[in-house]
Write a protein that binds this ligand. Structure first.
Ligand SMILES: C=C(OP(=O)(O)O)C(=O)O
Ligand SMILES: [Mg+2]
Length: 560
């Protein structure tokens, strides 16, 4: 047998931890078969009803004692279990004379298949249905529904995936890291890990074969698990753990490269209520306030007064600091009832973002009026930018519209390759650019960001995306205009260095990512960052770019 030395997965966060493996799993199920029922359809229906009701009751009981986020998920799962359509499906299957176990498992599987076809977010929710199915079948088979855990010491939890109902009863203080063979960056395991600051590696295929109790290093930054590490590997891990601990307790300063060159570290916000956390975590301002998040549930366009109040609240949290507000980005993944166009075949290529705003002039006018009113009397520095800009004509339109209401700084998001490719001409007509790498990647690779089946292409490390960023960085440097990044790429500590090396002057991200990015930037000079960026740009594939950047960065730090 080949000795298992290393496993790869998607790291959540950038932490490193050393500890013993503990596998957690439910008592194995006996797979339900097509064998005919021996007790008759009516009795099987009663068993199925009871089992589903028991699972639902258990979920609700757990929800009552859980934190807010987990409670919402558990209640949603209880509702899925109570869904009359599910029971109808079970009953019609039972009419065929099979057992309740089989009918329940098949009905959940049908629902899960429907969700799995609907793309990444929904595909992850299909995992919830597998968990509900396991629980209901366990009840029917008289097995425990619990994961068996309590080793009495800290451990690296290894599982296929974790369901919210499992994590609600785990003693998280003992968990050093989660390592799961399934699940992606939007799985519950990943969400919980981010919320609680627990190191995690998801989608780590093969992790089931790790021996129980073996010591491992879980390295989220590098996306790997090292099995039974040697002394040198352990020393490296311990040094990185100590460095992270020191950085976490160090006073929070502004984002800088090793020579003091500033790279402003800003926060992405969706609600004014998120501002306090951003300030606490050292955000130097806001790089992207997604205004459409305020109105996702609104049937009608918000009033000027309503908007002014929300914008004021955000501005008030950042006196003397930059706050970049994005005009409503409706359409595709962020539909707004009052602004999105009707049915379109390809909404991501349709009338979204600025295009939708120009088609509903009163909404645009009201938003600009509200922003101008909010800026009046604020001590924050308000910058306003438009999403989904494709041309120089649109750039000029945005600058005129924003300046026209008395807001002095107007910018465009670079999310469409056309504006990146002629960034020199675009930047000549605007005050700043902010690169939205989520959409820029989607449009560069022609891979729908909501579709799980093409998720592998949605990788901002792709050298084509990096080359577009370098075009914008170079144009910004030549014209003396700031260029930010506000897509998820900015939150990747190594990619952040690459972006700085490509000429990006600010990075905006979810506030929890700020600390790791700040530490990473401070390790490299502008020349180092440029060398690391060149290594990534020269690659052929996204994965190669990441590896090349890592190797270049390691060579630089090893040479000191
Ligand atoms: C920041 C971006 O905007 P959103 O994710 O809101 O579309 C982006 O596209 O990268
Ligand atoms: Mg976008």
């Amino acid at each position: 047998m080949i000795e298992l030395r290393e496993l790869r997965g998607v790291g959540i966060g950038t932490g490193v931890v050393v500890g013993p493996v503990l596998h957690v799993a439910r008592q194995a199920a006996v797979a339900p078969t097509d064998a005919p029922s021996t007790i008759g359809a009516e009795a099987e229906v009663a068993r199925a009803r009871e089992a589903l009701a028991a699972v639902s009751a258990q979920l609700r009981e757990r929800a009552a004692g859980a934190d807010d986020a987990t409670r919402d998920v558990l209640e949603a799962q209880a509702l899925m279990t109570d869904d009359p359509a599910l029971l109808d499906g079970v009953e019609s299957k039972l009419a065929g004379g099979i057992t309740a176990e089989k009918a329940v498992a098949d009905s959940f599987a049908e629902f899960a298949a429907m969700l799995a076809d609907a793309g990444e977010y929904f595909a992850e929710r299909a995992a919830d249905l597998h968990d509900l199915s396991d629980r209901a079948v366990a009840v029917l088979q008289g097995r425990s529904t619990e994961l068996v855990v309590d080793p009495g010491h800290p451990y690296v939890l290894v599982a296929r995936d974790l369901a919210p109902a499992d994590t609600a009863v785990l003693d998280l203080d003992r968990v050093l890291a989660f390592v799961t063979s399934e699940g992606g960056p939007t799985s519950h395991t990943a969400i919980l890990a981010r919320q609680r600051g627990i190191i995690a590696l998801v989608g780590a295929t093969g992790v089931e074969s790790l021996p129980e109790g073996v010591e491992v290093i879980v390295d989220a930054e590098r996306g790997r698990v090292s099995v039974d590490p040697d002394a040198a590997e352990l020393a490296d891990a311990e040094a990185r753990i100590a460095a992270r601990a020191a950085a976490a307790s160090a006073p929070i300063g502004p984002g800088v490269l090793a020579d003091g060159t500033p790279i402003k570290l800003l926060a992405n916000l969706g609600k004014p209520g998120e501002a306090a956390d951003a300030v606490r975590l050292g955000a130097e301002g806001v790089g992207l306030f997604r205004t459409e998040f305020l109105f996702l549930d609104s049937a009608d366009a918000p009033t000027v007064e309503e908007q002014t109040a929300s914008y004021r609240e955000v501005l008030a949290a950042f006196p003397g600091k930059r706050v970049v507000v994005r005009l409503l980005d409706a359409g595709a993944d962020k539909p707004l009832a009052f602004l999105s166009p009707g049915e379109e075949e390809n909404p991501a290529l349709g009338r979204r973002g600025l295009r939708a705003l120009r088609a509903s002039e009163s909404v645009l006018r009201d938003q600009l009026a509200a922003l101008a009113a909010a800026a009046d009397g604020t001590e924050a520095e308000l910058w306003v930018m438009a999403p989904m800009v494709a041309t120089v004509e649109e750039t000029r339109f945005v600058s005129d519209a924003v300046h026209g209401v008395g807001i002095p700084v107007a910018g465009v998001m670079v999310e469409i390759p056309s504006v990146a490719l002629i960034a020199d001409r675009v930047l000549a007509h605007t005050d700043f650019a902010s690169i939205g790498t989520n959409d820029l990647t989607q449009y560069t690779l022609a891979a729908d960001r909501q579709l799980g089946s093409v998720a592998a292409l949605q990788d901002p490390w792709h050298p084509a995306v990096l080359r577009l960023v370098s075009e914008v960085g170079a144009a910004g440097a030549a014209l003396g205009k700031p260029v930010g990044v506000c897509g998820e790429a900015a939150a990747d500590p190594l990619l952040a260095v690459v972006l700085a090396g490509l000429g990006v002057t600010s990075l905006s991200m979810s506030p929890t990512a700020l600390a790791d990015v700040r530490v990473s930037l401070a390790r490299y000079t502008p020349d180092d960052a440029a060398a690391i960026a060149r290594a990534a740009l020269a690659a052929e594939e996204a994965a190669d770019a990441r590896e090349a950047a890592r190797a270049a960065a390691d060579t630089i730090t090893a040479g000191r």
